[in-house]
Design a protein around this ligand. Structure first.
Ligand code: KG4
Ligand code: ZN
Length: 378
């Protein structure tokens, strides 16, 4: 089954054709990063207009790259929630029109579902249920429990900022370019992660909070520079030396990674039945997170009492399995090219919706939902 996946929820215009939820026939992503680097963040109206300009060329290139005509496409999948209103509208209106025009079934996919299903792309070694998914993106920080395909339960979520948003805001304080995640990761390579001690928020249960961490960085920078707390945050970068920026980036990144992995360990203790742990979303590209997760052997806590049973590695010729994909046979990171927003993951998520019995949506009535949780989205 060949699915055309379309993604425009934020600042990437993307389309891909994926066969049977895993085989990439084409994957086209046009990023607006260059436009927004100048502003230090996404401007929704500009994002929507840029989507409109490139959406059809992107879809046409996806068809060309895959050597497909419309006759080869079995159905269309598109992100309808959550995201920026104008951005979601461009993607869904395009998908609705194409579905009507070419007579294809249309599937509406929740964005976080897509990020999770990025872990099923281009691999024969797939996560096993029940699994825990840590979704870490620019707009979300959630731990989800999945007992089967297309079955999601949120067991932890952020009370305020998302982790990616926190990377972006801290980068701004340090004078590093947007998007903050990659630029903090780069600066941190030359920094001392133990230089500044940043607090871990005390949040009960499996929920997160990141707004305090952002403020803690702000206060630590002001203190380091001997400036009062009234000193405007946008000016601090003019006083920081390169090494200080690198040290703050490294200390912040280490703290953020520790907070994520601590909560995930708690979730594993509460869910000893877990068979796989799946990382998803833009922040899952973070190398330190990948290394730390590998070192921590997260599934050690799987038995609840700290004992760990090494699972037999599945026999596979999959190059990703042999390299970094699964550091234990049960922990999964998406391939780096699928950790950010893309159309392939939308197609993969739709494939498993279809396999779970989900019916196509009416292209004349498909709605968008800028803010809606995965477990209640239609
Ligand atoms: O999933 P995504 O591409 O878009 C949303 O659905 O939000 O995530 C974007 C977020 C941004 O906040 C970006 O700074 C962050 O992912 N990000 C990273 C890295 N690469 C992207 N954060 C930390 N480390 C990275 N290497
Ligand atoms: Zn995303």
């Amino acid at each position: 089954m060949k699915i055309l996946g379309i993604e425009t929820s934020c600042d990437e215009t993307a389309a891909a054709i994926v066969e049977d939820g895993t085989k990439i026939l084409s994957n086209v992503v046009v990023s607006q990063i260059d436009i927004f680097a100048e502003y230090g963040g996404v401007i929704p109206e500009v994002a929507a207009r840029s989507h409109l300009e490139v959406i059809m060329p992107v879809i046409e290139k996806a068809l060309r790259d895959a050597k497909c005509t419309w006759d080869d496409i079995d159905c269309i999948a598109v992100t309808h929630a959550p995201g920026l209103l104008g951005s979601l509208l461009i993607g869904t209106l395009t998908a609705r029109t194409l579905a009507i025009l070419h007579g294809k079934p249309l599937y509406a996919v929740h964005h976080l579902k897509s990020h999770i299903y990025a872990n099923w792309l281009e691999t024969t070694v797939v996560p096993r249920f029940p699994l825990l998914a840590l979704v870490i993106s620019g707009g979300h920080t959630q731990i989800l429990c999945m007992k089967a395909h297309n079955d999601f339960k949120i067991i932890g979520t952020t009370m305020d900022d998302a982790i990616g948003e926190c990377f972006d805001k801290v980068a701004k304080i340090l004078g590093l370019p947007y998007p903050g995640g990659p630029s903090i990761a780069k600066a941190a390579k030359n920094g001392d992660e133990n230089k500044y001690h940043l607090p871990h928020p005390k949040v009960a249960g499996l929920d997160f909070s990141f707004s305090g961490l952002k403020t803690a960085v702000l206060r630590a920078v002001q203190k380091e520079l001997n400036l009062p707390i009234s000193h405007p945050s946008h000016d601090l970068k003019n006083h920081l030396m390169k090494q200080q920026v690198n040290d703050f980036a490294a200390s912040f990144q280490k703290t953020a990674v520790d907070i994520l992995l601590e909560k995930l360990s708690e979730a594993l203790k509460e869910h000893p039945e877990t068979q796989s742990v799946v990382f998803a979303g833009g922040v899952s590209a973070n190398e330190v997170l990948r290394e730390e997760a590998r070192r921590n052997m997260l599934l050690r806590s799987i038995n609840g009492d700290g004992s760990f049973t090494e699972r037999p590695r599945p026999v596979t010729t999959d190059p990703r399995e042999r390299s970094e994909k699964a550091f234990s046979s049960a922990t999964f990171f998406p391939d780096l090219k699928f950790s950010g927003d893309n159309g392939a993951m939308v197609a993969a998520a739709a494939y498993y919706e279809i396999k779970s019995g989900v019916k196509p949506t009416d292209p004349y009535h498909l709605n968008i939902y800028p803010r809606i949780n995965i477990d209640v989205a239609p």
